[in-house]
Design a protein. Structure first.
Lengths: 256, 109
């Protein structure tokens, strides 16, 4: 009897343990599901979604010739609507030993291939290009898997996710894993999947990147915010995308 | 804010005579209220859309004044009566010489 009981309990702990270790909630839920009908309609109708203005701007920027060689994005990548299909589902990605986010890779192309200056994080142009690229993967599942190349970065990202930080001494996991679905103040705590970025956040009155959103939470727990474009940000982003693997991308999303 | 920006209109392309049609007009605009300050303490000047007008075959059918309290990328939903086939013209005018124009055609039967 005792043996059976302890085996049974052991089984429970193993299951709990493994679900925590994998960092993927039993049933993934996009925070889209938590929104009002009006906000859902705003995201779903391209003629109402304000983020589509940025997608349009990004499409124009795709053709803009820059730098000493007069190169545009399309000079190398051709028609972005075809060549960028599914690309956003694979980022952050290890390229030549460096973990690159989508924004980071766009800037890498600007500096490396086009020979011009990188765009500032949260600038209109960088958000527009990111939105244009991400939009080409709308509806496609996030397809990050653990590989020998990204495994060290993933490990660091997971560590950050589970690490307590700030004056409130909270980790990402304490809210978005352990207490997802419960309430913080008046609002539901989402699972924290980055499956709609860049998002048009009504509170921001503009489009914003996942890094801006992460900095929001860090300031909320009164921690020192990671810098835009820092390796720590990329690692955390990678872990979050891996944790959300399989969820369809909604980019560009609308959030309250 | 630039001198002009993207706009988008949603309305039916065809309608029965004297029926009521719904029109949605959205414009890309920061709607900087003029009440905000930079980190350095400098006031950010007001930069908003001031008026929106809709004309139906050159007859004004809808007009709205905008103020600082209206959020970015304002969306206006209004209705009008489909009286005849023709063109609806939409115009947004704002601070700093901002002007955006859009058009939509309707066939009334």
């Amino acid at each position: 009897m005792n043996l059976a009981l302890s085996l049974f309990l052991g089984g429970i702990f193993l299951t709990l343990g493994s679900s925590l270790a994998h960092g993927a909630p039993a049933k993934q839920q996009s925070s889209y599901e938590l929104m009002s009908a009006e906000n859902k309609a705003m995201q779903d109708d391209p003629l109402l979604n304000p983020a589509m203005f940025w997608v349009g701007d990004g499409e124009s920027l795709w053709q803009q010739q820059l730098g000493p060689k007069n190169k545009s994005c399309s000079s190398c990548h051709g028609d972005g609507k075809k060549s960028m299909r599914g690309v956003a589902t694979q980022f952050p990605k290890v390229i030549k030993g460096k973990l690159q986010t989508l924004e980071g890779q766009i800037n890498q192309c600007r500096v490396g291939a086009q020979g011009t200056s990188p765009l500032a994080y949260e600038s209109k142009d960088l958000l527009a290009l990111t939105a244009f690229v991400a939009f080409q993967s709308k509806g496609m599942p996030i397809s990050i898997s653990e590989t020998p190349a990204n495994s060290p970065f993933l490990k660091k990202g997971r560590q950050t996710f589970n690490e307590r930080m700030g004056q409130l001494n909270l980790s990402c996991a304490q809210c978005h894993e352990d207490r997802a679905g419960l309430k913080l103040g008046g609002s539901l705590i989402p699972q924290g999947h980055p499956n709609a970025y860049p998002i048009y956040r009504l509170e921001w009155q503009t489009l914003g990147s996942v890094q801006r959103r992460l900095r929001n939470c860090m300031s909320g727990v009164r921690a020192q915010q990671f810098e835009y474009g820092s390796p720590e940000m990329a690692q955390l982003e990678l872990f979050l995308m891996w944790r959300a693997r399989g969820l369809p991308l909604e980019s560009p999303g609308v959030r309250p | 804010m630039s001198k002009t920006s993207r706009t988008s209109i949603t309305m039916p392309a065809t309608a029965k005579k004297d029926s009521i049609i719904e029109i949605r007009a959205i414009a890309q605009h920061d709607m900087e209220s003029g009440f905000r300050y930079t980190e350095g303490g400098k006031q950010i000047p007001r930069d908003i859309i001031r008026t929106f007008t809709c004309t139906y075959n050159n007859v004004e059918v809808f007009k709205a004044d905008f103020y600082s309290g209206i959020g970015a990328n304002p969306l206006i939903i209004f209705t009008t009566t489909a009286v005849e086939s023709g063109t609806l013209e939409f115009k947004w005018v704002g601070d700093g010489g901002y002007e955006a124009v859009n058009q939509a055609r309707i066939t009334v039967s």
